[in-house]
Design a protein around this ligand. Structure first.
Ligand code: RIB
Length: 296
């Protein structure tokens, strides 16, 4: 069994700057290293799902510019270029600072990612009809996410990653089969920093599963059956960018290949632990073979 996954979301050129520590306001400091690579939450999640062995389609947008020319072959190489729409906006960009502890600060410029509108969704209706799983994040317009959640939430399994944190209508939110926030995003959505309280509130709205990722504390799944905790794989993190995306991609990829939510959490947790041991977003996402072979 290998059900179809449709990821609708962003793709960015990530410029990552590695520093000993983050600069203070008004301060200039030396960086140790700079890299330019593919990223974007949607793209990272699509690549992770694909590398888990799943059958994945990726609906995204590129500008007709140098950065679009840089990203297109990367999508082609992974077989994820079939549903790229081109537009007159600049290709999305992210500037990322990573400190010595592997923590990051990210600034994004939406650009072409903002081009994915409800009209584009309608044009690509066939893709949505064929998919069993739909994956969304917050780097495309909220109007588009809300449109997809309301239009397909009752007939498809939608996994919604509310990152970066933004407000969304309850009417749309309750259509998510899996809501997958980290603890900061959960607090913004619910007004509480208590994970269980926040998750139970979301379940009471109608969300079927709340899967909270808590970095070095692992992940927690809440649903009508109760609560399940997946322990983290403790590794030395050098760059945590795309760890959450790798987790989500491997989680949905595992569900689509027939694993239970609990087993999918284990695979996702292992894949994201491997990702934090490597630099970059997309370059850090492991293949299925790497995940199977890793003893961590
Ligand atoms: O989640 C990591 C991603 O966030 C980066 O690849 C960057 O593009 C930003 O969108």
């Amino acid at each position: 069994m290998n059900k179809e996954i449709l990821v609708v979301g962003s793709i960015n050129v990530d410029t990552t700057i590695y520093l000993d520590r983050f600069p203070k306001e008004g301060e200039t400091i030396n960086a140790s290293y700079k890299s330019v690579a593919a990223g974007g939450k949607g793209s990272n999640q699509a690549f992770a799902a694909k590398r888990s062995g799943a059958n994945v389609h990726f609906l995204t947008a590129l500008g007709k510019d140098q950065e679009g020319d840089f990203l297109l072959p990367i999508l082609q190489k992974e077989g994820l270029d079939q549903n790229v729409v081109f537009c007159d906006l600049p290709t999305g960009n992210a500037t990322i600072l990573v400190n010595q502890a592997g923590q990051n600060e990210i600034m994004i410029m939406e650009g072409a990612n903002g081009f994915i509108s409800p009209a584009v969704i309608e044009e690509k209706r066939e893709l949505f009809e064929k998919a069993q799983f739909i994956v969304l994040q917050n780097e495309i317009s909220m109007a588009t996410n809300e449109y997809i959640l309301k239009r397909y939430g009752d007939s498809k399994t939608i996994l919604y990653n509310p990152a970066p944190a933004k407000k969304i209508s309850q009417e749309a939110l309750r259509k998510a089969a899996y809501l997958i926030p980290n603890e900061t995003e959960l607090a913004l959505l619910t007004g509480t920093s208590n994970i269980e309280e926040g998750a139970r509130y979301l379940l009471s709205l109608g969300v079927k599963n709340v899967l909270v990722t808590v970095g070095s504390q692992g992940s927690y799944l809440f649903n009508s059956k109760g609560q399940h905790h997946c322990a983290p794989h403790l590794v030395k993190a050098i760059d945590t960018v795309a760890a959450g995306d790798t987790y989500l991609g491997y989680f949905v990829g595992s569900l689509a290949q027939g694993l239970s939510s609990e087993k999918a959490m284990e695979t996702a947790s292992k894949a994201s632990a491997i990702a934090v041991t490597k630099k970059g977003a997309l370059p850090s996402i492991p293949t299925k073979e790497e995940v199977q072979a890793a003893h961590i």
